[in-house]
Each structure stands twice: as C-alpha cells, then as structure tokens.
Design a protein around this ligand. Structure first.
Ligand code: LLP
Length: 408
C-alpha cells in the first residue's frame, strides 16, 4: 500500500473506494506483490535447480492459485480439498506434493493415484505405502530433524516434541521398511516451522537431512519446506533472501558433490509468497472511551483474522480514511463475543466512526483460517493485478450459513 498526497492506494486503487464498492470487511490482495516475491525467491536460488511448491494452506483463493501457476510455481497441499482446488486451476497431479499430517490412508491413496507425490510422515504410513505400492510409486519421506527454529513454539514443527514427520532417530526403522518393500524414495523432506529469519536453523536442519540422505541412493530431491520470515512489524528486519539464498546454495552444492549427483532443491513457502500481498479492510463502528482504554470496535473479529488472538501476532494497522489525523492511542477490538483484541494501545491517526482501517500482512493464514463463529459471514476477496481490481470471492450470505443445516 502506497501513501502519497495523504492518500493510500494499492496499484493506484483507493482502498476506501473498494470498501464502498464491495462492502466491509474486505480482503484485498495485491497480485504485484505476489509476482515480486516469487521472482525474489527464484533469483535467490538461481544457482541451483530450485522448485517452488507454494504451501497453499496460506491462501487458497483460486485467483491466487491461478496466479501462482501462471508464474511457474507448483503446489504443496495438506488435504484432498487443497488438492482439488489446485486441480481446479489446472495443476496436474504430478505438479502437486501432498504433505499430510497423520491423515487417513484413503486420502493418501487418492492423491497418489492422481499423480501427486506424497511426503510420508510416519512409520505406519510408510509401511502401508510399501504394502500398497511396493516400488511402483515414488515418494518423499518427511524427517523431523529435531531442530528448534523461530521464536514461537506454536508454529515450530521440527523440534523434538513436534508431532510432524519421522524423527531422524528412527532412521534405521525407516531404512528397514524401505528395504523390505523396495520403496522408491526419491526425496527427503523437512519443514522447520514458520517465521524463520536466519539461515542457521535452515542450515542446521539441512545438515541433518543431508546426512540422512546419504543412506538413500535414488534421491532426486531435497525438500526444505517453508518458513521464511516476513516483516509483520515495521521494525522487523526482513530476511535478506539474497544472502540466505547464497548460504543455502553453497551448503546444498557441497552436499550434491558428496552425494555424487546434482539434486533438485524444493521449498514450500506460504507466508513469504502471500503474506505481504494481503490487506483486511475493516470499518470502525463504535468508539468506546473507557477509563481504562480507548477501544475502537471494528466490523470484524477473530472470525476473520485469528492470528493476533491465536499466536499473539502483531499486525500493523493503517487508518486509510484519515492518514493525516492526529496520532492517538487506541485498543482495536472486534465484534465477537469473546476477547478478540487485534491491537492494544496502538498509536493511530485519529479514528472516527466509519473510517476504514487496514490490517497488513493479511494475505497468509488470514482468510484460510477464518470461521463463521457467532454466525457471521466471511468477507469478500478482491485481487488487484495490473492495476485492475476484481472480485475473486463474493461475501457469504445467510443462505451460505444455513445451507448445510438439516432442520430448516
Ligand atoms: N510446508 C509445510 C509442511 C508446512 O506445514 C507449512 C506451514 C509450510 C510449508 C509453509 O510455512 P510458511 O512458509 O507459510 O511459514 N498459521 C500459522 C503458520 C502455520 C504454518 C503451518 N505450516 C501462522 O499464521 O503463522
């Protein structure tokens, strides 16, 4: 979002005008930002055979998926629903990896038979895979390297206590099952967690995976998952993707030399590709100047953006209706009958009832984690690309909420 002459705009489009046209609250995605992030990642890893598998749990709007496909990005999915959404926009099964977490085996069967590559995340699934397919279908194995990375335990996935993947401590068991059925393991996978800025945890996890990789002679891929940090707070320093790319590339090249073959390096970013592209536009409804705090209620809540309440995440807020207003301190809260505080004692240009506020970094894990709690409908979504705004999901209606009820 740009500010010029006291007026915010996204690719020249006025966000307040968007709310007038499509209603509030409203999710808006800037396609230009997604294009830029894809390019940044591709350039950072131009020294190796790198593939991006977008972790679409971050944002499954079909327009976003279509844009990813147009940009040559493939997909990582975690459910049959995500898989089918990928296919809706033209992805072939073979362009999709399925990275399940303890899902029922029939889900794995459907994905494999539609041509997807599965990341096997447990010994029982590996055994089932061997019994079912022998050596006839390729797979990746998701190892847990036992590396704690990033600062937030709720979004770490590779530490010892994490449920994800097969601990490297069980490598002998993995190898025994692989040998028993002749399973064709074409890749090893790990995902360290989310919001990781430094190269060090990636390199540490990569080191563990690459050591394990020497036991698998038929590898084509090392999949390093996602997790690149984005800036949520204006003072957050950005991941220097160029330097990170150089460091990881150097380590990977050394590994390939040891392995004796050049492998592909896959990443599965979610946040990095889409977080900054998204804005949740809301409208200030009731201003409550309580002796303890100055509350601003908005026409949204934890039903639309749960990250602040679920992880304590910071989302920067702009008053796009009154950028030049005098700074005041507000506590921004939702309309849900729960404590749904978006921001406590946050300085903002003076907010008046009816002002449109924008939550930044609302492109990842925002709409996809929304709900109908309090029987509230989900917002509409708009994509702005090449300077044109387009409705890419209509607002839900009461009919949508009632559609699955049997007792009407
Ligand atoms: N690959 C796997 C196997 C994953 O589990 C995830 C995220 C990703 C890739 C993408 O991670 P990213 O690049 O987006 O950090 N809802 C939380 C984040 C949970 C991420 C779950 N898995 C949040 O809003 O911070």
């Amino acid at each position: 979002m740009q500010l010029s002459d006291n007026q915010y705009s996204i690719q020249g489009v006025d966000p307040v005008e968007l709310c007038r046209q499509y209603g509030s609250p409203l999710y808006v995605y800037d396609g230009g930002t997604i294009r830029r992030k894809v390019l940044e990642l591709q350039e950072a890893f131009s020294g190796v055979k790198m593939k991006i598998k977008y972790a679409c749990k971050a944002n499954t709007n079909l327009a976003v998926l279509r844009l990813m496909r147009e940009l040559g990005v493939e997909l990582d999915v975690v459910s049959p629903g995500e898989f089918e959404m990928g296919r809706c926009v033209g992805y072939l099964g073979s362009q999709i990896t399925f990275t399940p977490s303890g899902v029922p085996y029939p889900e794995v069967r459907t994905a494999v038979e539609a041509g997807a590559t599965v990341n096997i995340d447990s010994l029982p699934l590996l055994e089932w895979f061997g019994q079912t397919y022998g050596s006839s279908k390729p797979c990746l194995i998701r190892l847990k390297p036992n590396v704690a990375a990033g600062g937030n335990i709720k979004i770490m996935t590779a530490h010892t206590d994490s449920k994800f993947g097969i601990s490297v401590a069980l490598l002998d068991n993995v190898l025994a099952i692989v040998e028993k059925y002749g399973i064709k393991v074409i890749g090893l996978h790990q995902h360290t967690g989310s919001d990781i800025k430094e190269a060090e945890p990636f390199l540490k996890a990569a080191g563990v995976i690459m050591e394990a990789a020497l036991h698998f002679p038929d590898l084509e891929v090392i999949d390093m998952g996602g997790g690149f940090k984005v800036a949520y707070h204006p003072e957050d320093s950005l991941t220097d993707m160029h330097t990170l790319g150089q460091q990881i590339t150097a380590g990977f090249k050394d590994f390939c030399a040891r392995y004796g073959r050049e492998l592909e390096l896959w990443f599965e970013p979610g946040k990095f590709l889409v977080s900054e592209s998204g804005y949740l536009l809301v409208t200030a409804t009731v201003l409550k100047n309580d002796p303890a705090r100055f509350f601003i209620h908005v026409d949204s809540g934890l039903n639309h953006l749960v990250r602040p309440m679920m992880y304590g995440s910071y989302h920067h807020i702009l008053n796009v209706s009154n950028p030049g207003g005098e700074a005041k301190t507000y506590t921004v809260v939702g309309y849900i009958c729960e404590t749904d505080t978006f921001a406590t004692d946050r300085p903002l240009p003076e907010v008046r009832p009816g002002d449109v506020l924008a939550f930044l970094n609302a492109g990842a894990y925002a709409f996809t984690m929304s709900s109908n709690y309090n029987a509230r409908v989900r917002p509409a979504e708009v994509l702005i690309d090449h300077g044109q705004a387009r409705l890419v999901r209509r607002r839900e209606t009461l009919d949508d909420l009632l559609r699955t009820q049997e007792d009407l």
